[in-house]
Write a protein that binds this ligand. Structure first.
Ligand SMILES: [Zn+2]
Length: 152
């Protein structure tokens, strides 16, 4: 069944220089519709299978990397063997819990972030790690010829 991505998704894909229709666009729409914003490949592959997207995990892995390389997803720094992709590509704050495994977005002001950090350090001084990530300055993505997804 042909799918049509919402206009906002098509515009984001167009601005990134990616095809607005096809398997990559279908996957992007699926990711944007997900209530979970931090996803590993296995989770995305499961979501894609449930949604009826015909793609192997290898293809999905390549599509996720393409979306990340074009700024439509971000990759969370991780020590896990498998990358975690973030469907919110703009820089934002995270709390990462190891047990149980959970990543939480913090949509707060810098002042609130500092209060959260002070509280976490006071409550769990031996188990809090803080990492500040400085993202690379992203150049404008190259325009690619239209096609049917990222596969070649
Ligand atoms: Zn996030």
């Amino acid at each position: 069944m042909p799918r049509v991505a919402p206009a906002a998704h098509q515009e984001a894909l167009r601005r990134a220089g990616l095809p607005v229709r096809g398997r990559l666009a279908d996957l992007f729409a699926l990711l944007r519709a997900s209530p979970d914003t931090h996803l590993r490949l296995a989770e995305v592959a499961h979501m894609a299978a449930e949604a009826g997207l015909a793609a192997t995990p290898v293809e999905i892995d390549r599509q996720l990397k393409t979306l990340a390389d074009h700024g439509l997803l971000s990759r969370l720094p991780s020590t896990a063997p498998e990358p975690v992709f973030d469907t919110v590509p703009e820089p934002h704050f995270h709390l990462v819990y190891e047990d149980p495994a959970q990543i939480v977005d913090l949509d707060v002001s810098p002042e609130t972030l500092f209060a959260i950090l002070r509280n976490a350090l006071a409550e769990r001084p031996d188990s809090v790690e803080i990492m500040v990530r400085f993202r690379a300055i992203r150049s404008r993505p190259r325009t690619q010829p239209s096609g049917n997804g990222a596969s070649s």
